[in-house]
Design a protein around this ligand. Structure first.
Ligand code: NAP
Length: 283
């Protein structure tokens, strides 16, 4: 297939690498000439340009710029697309993007690959980022069959696990398992750097090991992405934060009242529940 990738950063560049490796021709469009040059030099794409003219006559276009720019980026390139081109996006929040783009393009389908690293930009692009990871498509009632079947084929080629959900269900689910953890993890890092004397802080920094690495990872990621998910998934994120605050309050009460049996019961329940969310962990 001839595949266009707009926004050659971590996600766009990683998709481009995998699609090229599967034998597709990849046409990359990005904002900066430097990014386009690096993408070409590093073999991430077959062709690159800052101008949308190279998107003529493609089978599929992936919109991979930051969430807040996806609709305007599409608006800038749509005149260059052929009417049969399937358009999808990779934004981490689906509700607003799908409601805008679905009405503007007959073969649009929203998508979200559930993979990432703490890095960003073209230099962070890597092969096989999506292998074994969930990839959610968010068709709506009258999403085009062409868009759905084309994306299903490409997602299987990435080695991802395909899921479908409504945009609304998707946003509520990712608020819980992706956007809430960013905020909790950021709060953890902020708490550790707050109000401690210099010697304790230096010791804590020296002693921080695997537990802190796991729990702080997403709070130390791309700040622009964190702000965008909060803006675009605000209601679902606020609901998740309310529920989290209640759970923190319950834990605090158990500790204040020294109710160790109840605390143990609660921790035993969370230990039982965790494998329902993450299976590939041994500790
Ligand atoms: P990123 O590494 O910062 O890459 C975004 C790229 O978009 C930048 O390299 C930039 O290219 C380009 N760009 C920015 N504004 C543009 C514009 N107006 N027109 C064309 N290109 C533009 O970000 P990312 O992590 O790949 O995220 C991209 C999308 O993937 C977001 O919508 C995000 O929600 C979604 N997503 C992210 C993750 C994650 O964990 N990071 C996971 C799943 C989905 P230049 O270098 O040319 O400026």
């Amino acid at each position: 297939m001839k595949i266009g990738i707009i926004g050659l950063g971590l996600i766009g560049g990683s998709l481009a690498l995998d699609f090229r490796a599967k034998g597709h021709k990849v046409y990359g469009v990005s904002r900066s000439q430097r990014t386009c040059d690096i993408a070409l030099q590093n073999g991430v794409v077959d062709f690159s340009s800052c101008h949308p003219e190279i998107l003529d006559n493609l089978d599929v276009v992936f919109l991979c710029s930051p969430i807040g720019s996806i609709a305007s980026v599409f608006d800038r390139v749509r005149a260059n697309l052929s009417p049969r081109t399937v358009v999808t996006d990779v934004g981490s929040v689906k509700g607003e993007i799908v409601s805008v783009l679905h009405s503007q393009w007959p073969h649009f389908i929203g998508g979200h690959p559930m993979a990432g690293t703490a890095q960003s930009g073209i230099g962070a692009a890597q092969s096989n980022l999506f292998e074994g990871r969930p990839y959610v498509l968010t068709p709506v009632e009258d999403t085009s069959e062409l868009a759905l079947t084309t994306l299903k084929v490409l997602i299987r080629e990435l080695g991802s696990q395909l899921y479908t959900a409504t945009p609304h269900e998707h946003d509520k689910a990712v608020a819980l398992i992706s956007h809430l953890p960013i905020m909790i993890s950021a709060a953890l890092i902020a708490t550790c750097t707050d109000r401690h004397d210099a010697a304790v802080l230096a010791l804590a920094q020296a002693l921080a090991s695997s537990g802190f690495r796991d729990t702080s990872r997403v709070g130390g990621g791309n700040p622009e992405l964190g702000v965008m998910v909060a803006q675009f998934n605000r209601e679902a994120l606020l609901r998740s934060l309310n529920s989290y605050e209640k759970n923190i309050q319950s834990l605090r009460t158990l500790i204040e009242t020294q109710d160790w049996p109840q605390l143990e019961a609660l921790l035993a329940a969370t230990k039982r529940e965790r494998p329902n969310f993450v299976q590939d962990v041994d500790s």
